[in-house]
Design a protein around this ligand. Structure first.
Ligand code: GLU
Length: 295
């Protein structure tokens, strides 16, 4: 049995690629008799909206998914996130980072700039107390980063074991908001999640997440990262690709049942077959190419 979840950011309607990932996540949990939870990841306070939460839930239910318990809204969990950040800091695993995005980009581009990490160049890793005090005195805001260089091996049930780089990820942003990688781990544990199923654009995030879990004494989850859905152009599916949401497709006369049938077929399932017929090995290894013309 593996409890699962779907964790969208409520920044708009879900598109058919999001619904497909949600379906696979639901099937992975339900085919083993596991619980399935919903979590709205509304850390981006500017673009996240309660009305998008309702719209996303409606669309997930319309294609036949169900959830145990009420959806968890991530912004209600800030205290737990901050407690975890404080615990990591108390254990000496973090440092303050004053870099702006631009400074990071410039440092990575500099001819002799640190190159060991493709992400954060490590500028603030070894700051002295005095340098930190100067930054504070100058009114610069700081983020909290987790020390984490090197690589880690993550077990992915779809791809096998994958060795991934671990960067010094931000765990508290410089506006004081907990960062995605931290919040996801703390909230997955809170919701009893045992398997994280999502699209493979987040594969690299599993490395810092697995490390954060380990440092917090949280039992490791297994991962399933499935290929993204792409448009005919080969680019990842997006709103600009025309009718890609349930609402858009509904205007064209496509029903949620037809969409569910297309999604089932795209993951190698017989349409309307129950979760007990789901086999992760039948999900194609290549991205699914979607165009509204399939209907
Ligand atoms: N909230 C993230 C997103 O919508 C997904 C987080 C996850 O599944 O770990 O991209």
């Amino acid at each position: 049995m593996a409890n699962g979840r779907y964790a969208p950011s409520p920044t708009g309607r879900l598109h058919i690629g999001n619904l497909r990932t949600a379906l696979v996540a639901w099937l992975c949990a339900r085919s083993t008799g596991g619980h399935f939870a919903l979590r709205f990841e509304d850390l981006d306070r500017v673009t996240s909206r309660p009305e998008h939460q309702r719209g996303q839930l409606d669309d997930l239910v319309a294609v036949g998914l169900d959830f145990d318990g009420d959806p968890l809204v991530q912004s209600t969990r800030f205290d737990a996130h901050h407690a975890a950040i404080d615990a990591l800091t108390a254990a000496g695993h973090t440092y303050e980072c004053f870099c702006t995005r631009r400074e990071i980009a410039d440092a990575v581009r500099a001819p002799n700039g640190p190159s060991e990490s493709p992400g954060y160049p490590g500028t603030c890793r070894e700051l002295t107390d005095r340098q930190r005090a100067e930054h504070h005195a100058a009114g610069r805001r700081s983020a909290v980063r987790l020390c984490g260089q090197g690589t880690t091996v993550v077990y992915d049930r779809f791809r096998g074991s994958v060795e991934l780089p671990v960067d010094d990820v931000v765990i508290r942003r410089n506006d004081g908001v907990p960062a995605y990688n931290l919040a996801v781990v703390v909230d997955d544990a809170y919701q009893g999640v045992e398997e994280v199923v999502r699209a493979d654009d987040l594969l690299n995030s599993s490395a810092p997440q697995a490390r954060i879990a380990e440092l917090l004494g949280i039992a490791p989850v297994s991962y399933v990262h499935i290929p993204l859905v792409v448009a005919s152009s080969g680019e990842r599916l997006a709103k600009r690709d025309g009718a890609v949401t349930l609402a858009d497709l509904g205007v064209l006369g496509v029903t949620p049942t037809q969409i569910r049938t297309a999604l089932d077929r795209s993951i190698g399932m017989a349409p309307q077959a129950g979760p007990e017929h789901f086999d992760l090995a039948s999900v194609p290894r290549e991205p699914w190419v979607f165009s509204p013309e399939v209907f």
